[in-house]
Design a protein around this ligand. Structure first.
Ligand code: A3P
Length: 318
């Protein structure tokens, strides 16, 4: 096992190479401080621990992948920039939501990607890092964080499809993915610990952490837009309320609108020789409860039971 000392002196690449590793997903994952990561991404996470300089007015969109990151990026970007762009010639009509809000720990890979260093304040940033690994400065300077989570059954089904689509040569079965996920072994997992970290922080510091669920946005998006705008410090004005701005935001960021745009249908970014991230891979069904079409009821109940047990007493329920 590795020590703090080794972490401090070894180059991230060598440190990561010495961590516990386990195979099963599209590539082996390494375990670091309770969580499982793709090695290359963990290297980036370790690098930004020191390199990232948070600003007090930064807004961080935090998720586990497949919980609705793309949707949250679109919504937050549209809300934050609504005084700058009209809905008809909006940047999201020609740019992918993933590309307009950069990740703290994932370098932009295409010419259309917003560069974190040239973003005007207040910066809108994204991350998949667990709460416990957010660079410590983000907390001390008081960055606001929006966390979005999702029913783990749907997140797992979404993950399985993503792995098989994005990583050439991967052909994971539902059964396999299910048992790994239930053990807490999944990218950025254990799934429940990632959620719990942000959940507890949102209770401790409600002014700084807004906790959202995919299902909540899906069933009634307009109040979420209001809540987001307020949290970002730019609440909807009476005039905006009466002219239906929240509804416009919801419509522009809807699964239907986004998937109808060419930018979300074609093109993509190559990472290495195995991994091609097509723009369309971030959209599949965009529904609540699709898990039932991919796993048995018994499996669903089993995962529910595991998650309930892990979340017990926290007040967080799915
Ligand atoms: P499904 O695979 O269940 O369809 P992420 O952006 O975190 O990678 O999450 C991807 C999931 O969010 C996919 O779920 C995708 O279809 C869904 N999604 C993407 N854009 C969406 C939108 N505008 N509205 C609702 N769901 C969306």
């Amino acid at each position: 096992s590795t020590t703090q000392e080794e972490e401090d002196v070894l180059p991230p690449k060598d440190f990561v190479a010495a961590l516990p590793v386990r195979e099963g997903w599209s590539e082996p994952l390494v375990q670091y401080k309770n969580y499982w990561f793709r090695p290359r991404l963990l290297e980036q996470i370790l690098l930004v621990q020191h390199a990232f300089v948070p600003r007090a007015d930064d807004i961080i969109l935090a998720t586990q992948p497949k919980c609705g990151t793309t949707w949250l990026k679109a919504l937050a970007f549209t809300i934050a920039n609504r005084s700058r762009y009209g809905f008809s010639d909006h940047p999201l009509r020609t740019r992918h939501p993933q590309h307009v809000v950069p990740f703290i720990e994932i370098p932009g890979a295409g010419p259309n990607h917003t560069d974190i260093h040239t973003l005007p304040p207040p910066r809108l940033l994204a991350t998949h890092m667990p709460m416990s690994l957010l660079p410590p400065g983000t907390r001390s300077v008081g960055c606001r964080v929006v966390y979005l989570c999702r029913d783990p059954k749907d997140a797992l089904v979404s993950r399985l499809h993503f792995e098989n689509k994005a990583f050439q040569g991967t052909n994971l079965s539902m059964d396999n993915a299910f048992s790994m996920f239930c053990e807490g072994f999944s990218p950025y997992g254990p799934f429940w610990d990632h959620c719990l970290g942000y959940w507890r922080e949102s209770i401790a510091r409600p002014d700084n952490i807004l906790f959202l669920k995919y299902e909540e946005i899906k069933s009634d998006p307009v109040p979420v837009v209001r809540k987001l705008a307020k949290f970002l410090g730019i609440p909807l004005t009476e005039e905006e309320e009466s002219s239906g701005v929240a509804q416009e935001v919801v419509k522009l960021c809807s699964f239907e609108t986004l998937t109808s745009l060419q930018v979300n249908q074609v093109g993509g970014v190559r990472h290495g020789d195995k991994f091609f991230l097509s723009n369309s891979v971030f959209y599949r069904k965009g529904e609540v409860g699709d898990w039932a079409n991919h796993m048995s009821h018994v499996m669903g109940e089993e995962l529910d039971r595991i998650v309930q047990q892990k979340l017990e007493g926290s007040g967080l329920v799915f």
